[in-house]
Design a protein around this ligand. Structure first.
Ligand SMILES: CC(C)(COP(=O)(O)OP(=O)(O)OC[C@H]1O[C@@H](n2cnc3c(N)ncnc32)[C@H](O)[C@@H]1OP(=O)(O)O)[C@@H](O)C(=O)NCCC(=O)NCCS
Length: 179
């Protein structure tokens, strides 16, 4: 189980089972992890995070060390068999209650703004809903406006002061602060 920082930039989603069925534009397709995808998964995260290896290696560690990891947790958008966007679902607790989470979200820079990350994140939401998780939590960085916009576009709402502050810094008004 991963532990989320309760003072971090945390967003929550309370209707993971209601997100629309994810689709990607052709010739991209969606699938979960298959045997042999490990090196491509690591390489994709290295590229997506610009060589910030500590993040990318977290992903392989997830696969290697989590007893609970199963291939269905890791969702890819692929082009001609090669993963170009990824997100991985996992379990967590939020405010003392079981919740779902996903992370290690990344799209290869040459394939961005095509809806691929939105689709793999939506696939994680639906998978977590099937596992009985009615609340899904994501944690991101205050310096990642693209990721914050992505989560907002999926229906997430801010759940910490840090998340609301990050939105305000981007010129966005969290709903409860609105007029
Ligand atoms: C953030 C990231 C995963 C987005 O991947 P993507 O496949 O380009 O995202 P999508 O095309 O699915 O975008 C869906 C929505 O997210 C938002 N979004 C995505 N990237 C954005 C950006 N750079 N700036 C503003 N909004 C952005 C938009 O609302 C977008 O919808 P639109 O294109 O219809 O406007 C990708 O830029 C990436 O890999 N970044 C580096 C790693 C990272 O920051 N991961 C998240 C860590 S929590």
């Amino acid at each position: 189980m991963i532990t989320l920082n309760s003072e971090g930039v945390v967003f929550i989603h309370d209707h993971p089972g209601r997100v629309p069925t994810p689709t990607v534009p052709l010739p991209y397709t969606l699938r979960h992890f298959q045997k042999g995808d490990g090196p491509a998964w690591d390489a994709l995260l290295d590229t997506a995070f610009g060589g910030r290896h500590e993040r990318a290696s977290l992903c392989s560690q997830t696969r290697r060390s989590q007893d609970l990891w199963v291939p269905e947790r890791t969702h890819f958008a692929v082009l001609r068999g090669v993963p170009v966007s990824v997100a991985t679902a996992c379990e967590t607790e939020w405010k003392g209650k079981p919740a779902g989470a996903f992370g290690w979200v990344g799209t290869h820079p040459e394939h961005r703004r095509k809806g691929l990350a939105r689709a793999v994140c939506a696939a994680c939401l639906l998978w977590l809903a099937k596992q009985g998780r009615s609340r899904v939590v994501v944690c991101t960085g205050p310096d990642l406006p693209g990721a914050i916009q992505l989560y907002l576009s999926l229906g997430f709402v801010p759940d910490t002061e840090a998340a609301r502050a990050a939105m305000k810094k981007m010129g966005l008004v969290p709903e409860e602060d609105g007029a």
